[in-house]
Design a binder for this molecule. Structure first.
Ligand code: NAD
Length: 435
C-alpha cells in the first residue's frame, strides 16, 4: 500500500510539523515498540508498516509464537524484549503500541508515560474507571501523546455522520440505539488455540500480571475476553466502540446515569461474563442511548446505530443512511367521534387543514433518503495515521486519554449496574463513577 504522509496531513488531522516537544523532529524516523503482539497487534503492525517515516524496532509478548511472527512481519527489524519494562527502558524507542489484554492497559500506559514514551493503546483504555483519571492526569502532566484505538471513529462514514448531526440536520436527537449481535464461536471470542501453546511457549506469569493468581490455562490465555479477571466482556470489548462513536458524533463526554441488565444465558461452558447485555445511558446534553448485544442471534447487523432526531433519522453501519422526518398530524379518528357540527368546524379551520390535511397543501419536494458509502484505506490505518501525525505535531487527536477514559468508564458503569442491579451515576466533580 502506498501511503504518503501527505495523505494524513490532507485529511485535516495535522497542522504544521517542525521540531516537536518530544525531540521527534518532523523528518526523523519514529522508533516504535509493540507491547503485546497478539491478533490485534499484528493488524496494527501491518497498518504501521504502510505509513512512511517510522519503524517497528521492538516487540514483547507472552507467547513465543507471536513474537516470532512479529519479527517476521517486520522483516527482522524488530528486536524481542524479555518484558515490557525492558522495552520501555530502551531510550531509542520513542513510542509504544499497547495491545495486551485489558487488565494490563492502565498499568502499561502509566509506565510508558513515566518512561517518556508516546502511546497508542487499544480500547478499552482502562480495566477500572479510576485508572482513567490517573492516565488523563499523567498524560496532561507529561505532555506525551495518548491515543486510544477505537478506530471506527476515523472512518469517513463516521465523520460524515458527525458533520450531519452537528449541522443540526437531524434537529434535536434525543434517542440513539446501537447494537452488536453475533452468533458464532469466533464472534463470541472462542478462538482457536495454537497447537504449540504450552507452559514452555506461554509465559503465564507475564500474562497474569495484576490479575488474580490462577492455575495455567490456555483457554484463559487465548480467550481472555471470556473471563472477568481480564475483561469487562461485551461492555468493555464492544460497547466501548459504540460509545466512542456516539460521544464523537454527538459531541458528548460521558453519561450521567446508567441502568443495565446482563446475563449469561447460553454460553456457560466457555465464560464467566454475560453473553447478553442491554443498557440505557442518559447524557446531560439531553439524550438517551440504548445499547444492546447478544451472542445468541445475529439477525441484525453485527454493529449498527440509529440516531433519532426531530427533523431526521440517521442510521450508521456499513453505510450512512439519512432519512428526513416526514411526520404528518392526523386526528381524524379522534375528531370523527365528536358531534358532527364540531367535527365539521374543526376541519373548516384553515390552520388545522394545513397541518392535518396534506392533500390540501401546495406540493413540495422532500429531500432524501440519501445514502453514503466509503471506500479506500481501512479506518485502522487512518486512525494510526492520525496518531503518527500527533507524534510529529504534538497536537492531540480526538480520541485522546480523556476520550478513552470516558468511553471505557461508561462501559464500566454498564457492568457495575448489571452486576449490582442498580442505577449507577457519574460524579462530574471527580470525573469518575459515583461511589
Ligand atoms: N480496535 C479494535 O477493533 C480491536 C480489535 C481487536 C482487539 N482489540 C484490543 O486489542 C487488545 C488485544 O486484543 P487481541 O485480540 O489482540 O488479544 P490477543 O490475546 O490476541 O493478544 C494479546 C497479547 O498480549 C500478550 N500479553 C499478555 N500479557 C502481556 C504482557 N505482560 N506483556 C506483553 N505481552 C503480553 C499475549 O501474549 C497476547 O499475545 C485488547 O485490548 C482488545 O480489546 C481492539
Amino acid at each position: 500500500m502506498d501511503l504518503t504522509r501527505r495523505t494524513f496531513l490532507e485529511s485535516g488531522a495535522a497542522l504544521a510539523a517542525g521540531s516537536s516537544a518530544s525531540g521527534t523532529a518532523a523528518n526523523d524516523r519514529i522508533q516504535i515498540g509493540a507491547i503485546g503482539a497478539g491478533a490485534r497487534a499484528h493488524e496494527l503492525i501491518e497498518g504501521l508498516l504502510s505509513i512512511p517515516g517510522l519503524e517497528i524496532v521492538g516487540v514483547v509478548d507472552a507467547y513465543r509464537g507471536r513474537v516470532a511472527r512479529a519479527i517476521e512481519r517486520t522483516k527482522g527489524r524488530a528486536k524481542a524484549y524479555a518484558s515490557y519494562p525492558d522495552l520501555l527502558a530502551d531510550k531509542s524507542i520513542d513510542a509504544v503500541v499497547i495491545a495486551t489484554p485489558d487488565h494490563w492497559h492502565g498499568r502499561m500506559v502509566l509506565d510508558a508515560l513515566h518512561a517518556g514514551k508516546d502511546v497508542y493503546c487499544e480500547k478499552p483504555l482502562t480495566f477500572r474507571s479510576s485508572e482513567g483519571v490517573e492516565i488523563a492526569a499523567a498524560a496532561r502532566a507529561s505532555g506525551r501523546v495518548v491515543q486510544v484505538g477505537s478506530h471506527g471513529m476515523s472512518s469517513m462514514l463516521q465523520r460524515k455522520a458527525r458533520e450531519t448531526i452537528q449541522s443540526g440536520r437531524l434537529g434535536k436527537v434525543t434517542v440513539i440505539r446501537a447494537s452488536y449481535n453475533r452468533n458464532t464461536a469466533s464472534g463470541a471470542w472462542i478462538y482457536p488455540i495454537p497447537p504449540d501453546a504450552s507452559p514452555e511457549t506461554v509465559n503465564w506469569e507475564m500474562f497474569l500480571g495484576p490479575a488474580p493468581r490462577r492455575p495455567f490455562s490456555l483457554e484463559r490465555f487465548f480467550r481472555w475476553r471470556c473471563y472477568e479477571d481480564y475483561s469487562g466482556g461485551i461492555s468493555t470489548d464492544l460497547f466501548v466502540h459504540l460509545l466512542t462513536t456516539i460521544h464523537y458524533l454527538m459531541g458528548a463526554q460521558v453519561a450521567s446515569s446508567v441502568v443495565a441488565l446482563g446475563e449469561l444465558y447460553l454460553r456457560k461452558e466457555s465464560r464467566d461474563v454475560p453473553d447478553t447485555m442491554n443498557a440505557l445511558l442518559e447524557y446531560p446534553e439531553g439524550f438517551v442511548v440504548n445499547l444492546s448485544s447478544t451472542f445468541n442471534n445475529q439477525t441484525n447487523n453485527e454493529s449498527s446505530f440509529q440516531f433519532m432526531g426531530t427533523e431526521g433519522g440517521l442510521s450508521l453501519g456499513g453505510n450512512v443512511y439519512l432519512y428526513p422526518e416526514v411526520a404528518v398530524e392526523d386526528n381524524r379518528w379522534i375528531v370523527d367521534s365528536w358531534p358532527r357540527a364540531l367535527a365539521d368546524a374543526y376541519y373548516r379551520d384553515p390552520k388545522i387543514r394545513e397541518i392535518e390535511m396534506p392533500r390540501t397543501r401546495p406540493p413540495r419536494l422532500i429531500d432524501g433518503p440519501s445514502q453514503f458509502r466509503e471506500e479506500g484505506l481501512d479506518p485502522t490505518v487512518v486512525h494510526l495515521g492520525h496518531w503518527v501525525d500527533s507524534l510529529r505535531t504534538r497536537q492531540p487527536y480526538w480520541e485522546d486519554a480523556l476520550a478513552g477514559h470516558h468511553a471505557a468508564a461508561c462501559a464500566h458503569m454498564v457492568n457495575l449496574s448489571a452486576q449490582q442491579r442498580r442505577l449507577v451515576e457519574w460524579d462530574f466533580s471527580r470525573d469518575d463513577i459515583k461511589s
